[in-house]
Design a protein around this ligand. Structure first.
Ligand code: DUC
Ligand code: ZN
Ligand code: ZN
Length: 469
């Protein structure tokens, strides 16, 4: 006897769309058939679409910040919000602070996540201090232990790596077969622009966008691609915001480079005008993230890239800071310039509904492409496929049931995060996740969280498909 049968399901994967029943036992899909037979639990999916649970390969939870800044979501609230939004696996970043050993970082992050996860999770490592010990011993050992991806930054005072350091990290990634995610914005150019804007008295949140224009992202993207070519390693450019960095990515892909790219909801649903707030006021801080959202032409470019394969994955870059909070975005009198506003916005819960509505419902992408971008490709590129990211016999029964017709106005009152706002307040979407299933157990039904925080497990990962394909 099955544990659970899902009947009358319109199943959608990255390659197919068909009606069938899904049989689940011990947390895994064990049969897909016209009739899967009796089960203890019956789920009738008439009128619903059944897709692989979302994989959000780029989220920040409980990540240590500088002095007087605290991230709004830890593991519990962040994964609760993920479950509510149809996501069953999240990939947060374990941040190395200067002087820390990577093992120490990873252990601390496991301790923070333990018994606090509503969904499964697996960590990337952020490398900020690539000492000989880190490069020669710690990183190789951690890649072998299943931490097969890391992120590097080309900007930020406390995280930037110079070109020599980037090349060193890329070299280890090639040898050990790890995927490097690159934050591509040029440090010196941003510092120059910031100084110039501040000297002219342009300090409102909106000027964050002017301090890091697309050319800054284009230049860094090209530099990262060139370094990846020199070291002969696949890399992923993350949170790509518009046409100019995309052109660099397309150029490299045409040259046959194994180069991967990610974009995020803010680059299809927001523009730099949002940073102006109501009248160049501090409301704009709610939209400060990096790279910043651009303009409507950039949004068009991003859609082209989501369709034509320039982009491989679509993640939230959930990086939440409360707005009305002394440890968040808004500190009366202290955030005297955009440069002091923490960079990042929430989006773990709204990622899938926004892409569903703006993409599938508006005819810009197919349902199959949606699944590829939000589940199958992240699973493949981060070494979790076919356990995760598909609906197939033997896979984890991680499923999201969608009502493709449900109309919802996004609002803070619907959100399950611990942030105090959503940047998508008032946005109307069609299509909403009505049930999220993690390894066979319903963890969200009709907006109510039904799972517990000890249900999420840590996923040990294998090699990225970038090294096996
Ligand atoms: N990079 C991210 O990936 N997230 C938030 C801020 C940033 O710079
Ligand atoms: Zn980044
Ligand atoms: Zn991020």
């Amino acid at each position: 006897m099955l544990d659970t049968a899902i009947r009358n399901a319109t199943i959608i994967t990255a390659g197919d769309r068909y009606i069938a029943q899904i049989g689940i036992r011990n947390g895994r899909i064990i049969t897909i058939a016209e009739d899967v037979g009796p089960a203890h639990e019956e789920i009738d999916a008439t009128g619903l679409w059944v897709m692989p649970g979302g994989i959000d390969a780029h989220v920040h939870l409980e990540q240590p910040q500088g002095p007087n800044v605290v991230m709004a979501d830890g593991f519990e609230s962040g994964t609760r919000s993920a479950a509510a939004g149809g996501t069953t696996t999240v990939m947060p970043f374990a941040l190395q602070q200067k002087g820390q050993s990577l093992r120490e970082v990873v252990d601390a992050y496991h301790a923070a996540a333990k018994d606090k996860c509503h969904v499964d999770c697996s960590f990337h490592i952020i490398i900020t201090d690539p000492t000989p010990q880190v490069l020669g011993q710690e990183l190789p050992a951690l890649v072998k232990a299943g931490y097969t991806s890391f992120k590097v930054f080309m900007t930020y005072d406390d995280m930037v790596l110079n070109d020599a350091q980037l090349l060193d990290v890329f070299d280890v990634a090639r040898r050990e077969k790890a995927m490097v995610m690159v934050h591509a914005e040029g440090y010196d150019a941003i510092r120059y622009m910031t100084r110039r804007l501040e000297e002219a008295g342009h300090t409102a949140p909106y000027f964050h966008a002017e301090s890091r224009p697309e050319s800054v992202e284009r230049e860094a993207t090209h530099r990262a691609i060139s370094h990846a070519e020199l070291t002969d390693v696949p890399i992923m450019i993350v949170h790509v915001s518009g046409r100019e960095p995309m052109e660099q990515i397309q150029w490299a892909k045409r040259r046959g480079r194994k180069l991967y790219a990610e974009t995020c909801p803010q680059y299809i649903a927001l523009t730099a005008n949002n940073l102006k707030g109501l009248n160049m006021d501090f409301e704009g801080a709610k939209y400060v993230c990096s790279p910043p959202p651009r303009d409507t032409d950039s949004q068009k470019a991003i859609w082209e890239g989501l369709r034509d394969g320039t982009f491989d994955i679509f993640s939230s870059d959930h990086c939440p800071f409360r707005f009305d909070d002394p440890k968040g975005k808004s500190v009366e009198g202290a955030r005297t310039s955009f440069r002091w506003v923490p960079n990042g916005i929430p989006g773990i819960e709204t990622r899938l509904p926004i892409l569903f509505s703006e993409g599938i419902v508006k005819g810009r992408i197919t349902p199959e492409r949606f699944v590829a971008l939000t589940a199958t490709n992240p699973a493949k590129l981060f070494g979790m496929y076919p356990q995760k990211g598909t609906i197939a016999i033997g896979a984890d029964a991680d499923l999201t049931l969608w009502d493709p017709q449900r109309q919802v106005t996004i609002s803070q009152s619907l959100m399950h995060h611990d942030c105090d706002y959503t940047p998508y307040e008032g946005m109307q979407v069609t299509g909403w996740p009505v049930r999220t299933i993690l390894r066979g157990q319903t963890i969200m039904a009709n907006g109510a969280i039904t799972g517990t925080t000890d249900i999420g497990t840590y996923i040990d990962r294998g090699l990225s498909a970038a090294f096996t394909a």
